[in-house]
Design a protein around this ligand. Sequence first.
Ligand code: GLN
Length: 504
Amino acid sequence: MELIKDAKEITLEQIQDFKGKYPKQLWYLFLSEMWERFAFYGMRGMLTIFMVEKLLLSEKEANLKYGAIQAFIYTMAFIGGFFADKILGFRKSIFWGGILMIIGSFTLAFSPEKLYYMGISFTIVGTGFFKPNISTMVGNLYKAGDPRRDAGFGLFYSGINIGALLGGYLCINIANHYSWNAAFSLAGIGMALGLGIFIFTKRTLGPIGFSPFLGKLPAAKIKTYDLMVYAGSLLVIPFILLLVSNTAYTDIFMYIVGPAALLYIIYEMFKYSKVERQKLTAALVFIIFSIFFWAFFEQAGGSLSLFARYNFHPAVMHVGNIDIPIDPNEVNNSANSLFVILLSPVFGLLWLWMSSRKMEPNTIIKFGLGFLFLSIAFYVFYYTRFFADAAGYTSLNVFTLAYLVITIGELCLSPIGLSLMTTLAPKPLHGMMMGMWFLASAYGQYAAGILGAGMSTVNEKASLTEKMMSYTEGYKQLAMYALIGGVLLVLISPVVKKLMHEVH
Ligand code: GLN
């Protein structure tokens, strides 16, 4: 309490001149984001299964719709980042996003079947305002060139995954053993905790995250602009509802938003110096590659969740005398996060150890490694078919191993990407570039749905073996394309390195 009261007058210099490895504000942002991700991944883990089992959609439709929902969520992140930079600032954006997410979760909890698309639409818009802006605030805790920034994002990424692990595990568990209503309520409670922590600790953030108009426009005018953004985002909800309930429109939406965002960024780029423009161009190269990464990686919530649901027997883990039942779906929802939490500190130490020996790979090589591990992981997913029994059930251990490998790839790319957005972009574009990073995830998610639908058999009566063959064949192809992506990155690395100037 005392600490938070004292922090009222803290300056940016005091925040950024912190001693030790992490600024203390990072821990607060870590906790808020952890609970937001709890709600988000709790819900994500339930979406596809809910649509197949309760809304009685075919697997193909559910895959497509899952991809569309995820795509809208991450597209809204671009819009949320944009409005934070231009009008609201990061604090109010996070607050507003949190409120909308809480409303979305409790709408789903109230009547999951009848109000499904309504609840999802609130969540989509809310996440857009919350997610990119809290990440940008992490970047603002550091001075340009502070070598501790990547470690900060690594820690923040662990928080994301602690939330994802708990939410992904608990929500599907509660949905299976109690009710969908209870599971969606739990997501809402998680989000309320995240927002509560943010509200309670935001005074420690000093001048970070206020409206860009502060001190430039009269307070009444700022308020009017804020209200316009709030009202506009509410007006967008029925429109999102229409798009989500009819995936046919998703294509048109996706064809428009990405190119429009890109054109807008290019327009903004011309307001900056040549060096800043080149750095932004490098950021765009990373963003474009990340689309492919996420398109493959995000099979996790779509095709891999259905593969896990039907082609694996539940298992039992023996810890001493205790037997812990393991549901393959819980493995699918949680293994990735668990491995991030375990490996993230190892990676932090590894990069530090390599840097002290002047052999730390630069960002481009890290991205290339991300693709290499992605490729190996999908080869392992493909390989599960060689462990299958006659009925089409296969090895949960091999499946889990694939998740270990894909996580190594993710750690070479995702936290580094977040950190990069705040180093390569000039300050007034931070929110937007972070949003652009997530917009790439939107395209990744969108493509993931299409890829997943392409892999699922058209015949709903197909045997388990046929389904497995169909999915694993798809995974083998993804393995090949991921490898090509990695090679391409290495080939263009000299050019990108030049564009990045002093940033490594
Ligand atoms: N797992 C990370 C998160 O939830 C990355 C998600 C993404 O960018 N697609 O923040």
